[in-house]
Design a protein around this ligand. Structure first.
Ligand SMILES: Nc1ncnc2c1ncn2[C@@H]1O[C@H](COP(=O)(O)OP(=O)(O)OP(=O)(O)O)[C@@H](O)[C@H]1O
Ligand SMILES: [Mg+2]
Length: 599
């Protein structure tokens, strides 16, 4: 069984565990989702910034296109193709400054009249495009210039710009009508300029936006397929954010070309600072909860130990001690005014009432014992009284006859009354002493003589043959003769009463080194088996005029001397009652205190 201390510790641990679980659940389902949402928002904003920066690049390119296209020189160049314009405006150095890789001039009939390409010196670390195929490049750029020029609307300041994909890689382009400087018609042709979105440009974008970038083909298996089924978000962009691992998260968006076809996927890779801040916050919260819980638990246990557990344990010890000693007059120490104190007060009240009850019970028990003793003694007095009455009657008859022999016999009879009177006096004395322990006076006694004397006190019918036998060599023992006599009288009377038609009464005495054994045997009616365990109980009788106390008295008188009484009986054949009383060595003479009244 668990102690209250252990139970409290288990409950507190359980509560702490519950708080930790609740705390963990709350952080995982409330705190972390907000961090993840913030991370998602930051990733989207970053990618949107990149897209804006890319748009700025396109606008910047377009600005150069408009500067070149809306000039009288360019208008003249379409008509005359004069070499001076090429030399002064379309040299590599010009393009290098404005980071333009290609320029295509078409006339009003959408025929390429001049195209030029500029390939800057790529650094070693730049992989895109790895090999520059001038002829292929010029073909593809020229064909874009023609097709886009054909689709340019009539507006003089019409513009088409955006991203196109070439065999060599993606390119930012912008195309405008070539107009005189006053921007009036007619349209002389179109000028398209392009700038590779190569590693150099990507690095520039990364430096501007502080975001790590990568470009992928749409069919790249590394791209999450859900990107292509994504609708436009609140920011007007189709951005998908996917955590790559615990350290980085990726944001993807599809970039369309000038015709609105998806041509490239832009990936922005960002550190998960927000998420990791969330994780750290959760760890701090959990550690704080654990620490606070443990601290609370320890402090609570210490306070409970002092205020409750130790006091309860002391209470338990004190109550157990009072219970073990049966000292209901003891009282518990009461201090303070809490439940434990009230419990102590209640226990004290209970002890007081127990003490009271015990005293009352003792009184009732004493009264009951006195009543029982009175009944027993009254019963015992009747036999010698009857004998006395009979003796006195006989003596009176003999004296009335005035015969000499009769007078002599009457004197003998009157002398024999001494024994009866002494016996009755002993019984009355026992009655007086019954409320307190009675003394057992052991004296060295000849057992067979005591038996004979006892029998002589009783009137045995003539048809009952009496035999007194002695077993063994010893005849004397240390016994209380008066108590044994009272036992013998009861057993002999019972035996005589069990033989209404006569029979044989055999009294056998046996003295051993450490006990005396006396058996009273009759050839009477015997005892029914179902009554054998009842006959020693007070007030059990099968006789019309019996009180049922004889054997109860015998049992008590024998047991008070540490002895035992037993019976063997056969219905119709007779019964044998045997008593065995332990005896001290013959030299020892002592008076013992017997708790007969209390038992
Ligand atoms: N020797 C015996 N033979 C047969 N029955 C006996 C014998 N001794 C006792 N009993 C049975 O045991 C019963 C109880 O005996 P006990 O001496 O206690 O009371 P009692 O003899 O009935 O009455 P009393 O109080 O006058 O002695 C008897 O009523 C009787 O039925
Ligand atoms: Mg009897």
């Amino acid at each position: 069984m668990l102690s209250i201390r252990k139970k409290a510790a288990i409950i507190m641990s359980g509560c702490l565990l519950l708080v930790l679980i609740l705390g963990y659940v709350a952080t995982q389902f409330v705190l972390m989702p907000s961090y993840l949402a913030l991370e998602d928002q930051m990733a989207r904003e970053n990618l949107t910034r990149v897209l804006n920066a890319l748009q700025d690049e396109i606008d910047n390119l377009d600005k150069y296109v408009s500067i070149y296209a809306w000039s009288d020189d360019a208008s003249n160049f379409i008509r005359t193709l004069n070499h001076d314009y090429i030399v002064s405006n379309l040299q590599d150095t010009n393009f290098m400054q404005i980071r333009v890789n290609a320029a295509v001039f078409t006339n009003a009939q959408d025929q390429v009249v001049y195209s030029t390409e500029y390939q800057p010196e790529y650094g070693e670390e730049i992989p895109l495009p790895s090999e520059f195929n001038a002829s292929l490049l010029s073909v593809s750029i020229q064909s874009y210039a023609i097709s886009l020029g054909a689709r340019m609307n009539e507006s003089l300041q019409a513009r088409m710009s955006g991203l196109v994909i070439l065999p060599e890689g993606p390119m930012l382009i912008s195309i405008r009508h070539i107009l005189p400087s006053n921007r009036t018609g007619p349209v002389h042709g179109n000028l398209m300029m392009g700038r590779y979105l190569d590693s150099l440009e990507m690095t520039r974008l990364e430096q501007i936006t502080h975001v790590s970038l990568a470009l992928h083909r749409p069919d790249d298996p590394a791209i999450p397929s859900s990107l292509f089924t994504l609708g436009k978000g609140s920011d007007g962009e189709s951005i998908l954010t996917v955590p790559a691992d615990s350290k980085t998260t990726d944001a993807y968006t599809i970039i369309d070309d000038v015709s609105g076809h998806p041509i490239i996927v832009l990936q922005a890779e960002m550190p998960r600072d927000i998420y990791n801040a969330g994780v750290t916050t959760v760890e701090y919260i959990m550690a704080s909860l654990l620490l606070a819980g443990m601290l609370f638990g320890c402090v609570s246990m210490a306070i409970s130990e002092k205020a409750i557990f130790s006091r309860m344990a002391k209470l338990e010890r004190d109550v157990a001690q009072i219970g073990a000693q049966g000292k209901f007059s003891s009282r518990l120490t009461v201090a303070g005014g809490d439940e434990v104190t009230r419990l102590s007060t209640s226990i004290n009240k209970m002890l007081a009432s127990l003490d009271e009850s015990q005293k009352r019970f003792q009184e009732v028990k004493s009264l009951a014992a006195i009543g029982e003793a009175a009944a027993m003694v009254g019963h015992d007095l009747r036999n010698p009284l009857q004998a006395t009455v009979g003796t006195l009657y006989l003596a009176r008859e003999l004296l009335v006859s005035r015969e000499i022999d009769g007078t002599k016999k009457a004197m003998e009879l009157l002398n024999s009354l001494d024994g009866q009177v002494y016996y009755m006096d002993k019984i009355v004395t026992d009655l007086q002493n019954y409320a307190r322990p009675i003394g057992i006076s052991r004296l060295e006694t000849n057992l067979s003589e005591l038996t004979k004397a006892t029998i002589s006190l009783l009137q045995i019918p003539r048809d009952v043959e009496t035999a007194i036998e002695t077993e063994g060599e010893l005849t004397r023992a240390m016994i209380d003769a008066e108590l044994l006599k009272r036992v013998l009288v009861n057993l002999v009377l019972n035996a005589v009463q069990a033989m209404p038609n006569g029979g044989k009464l055999t009294i056998t005495t046996c003295v051993t080194q450490d006990s005396v054994i006396v058996s009273v045997q009759d050839t009477g009616v015997g005892i029914a088996a179902e009554n054998l365990n009842k006959i020693f109980k007070p007030f059990f009788t099968t006789k019309a005029q019996g009180q049922g106390l004889g054997l109860a008295v015998c049992k008590r008188l024998v047991e008070v001397q540490g002895g035992a009484i037993s019976v063997q009986s056969q219905l119709g054949a007779g019964s044998t009652f045997t008593i065995k009383i332990p005896t001290p060595k013959p030299t020892t003479v002592r008076a013992e205190q017997s708790p007969i009244a209390a038992s």
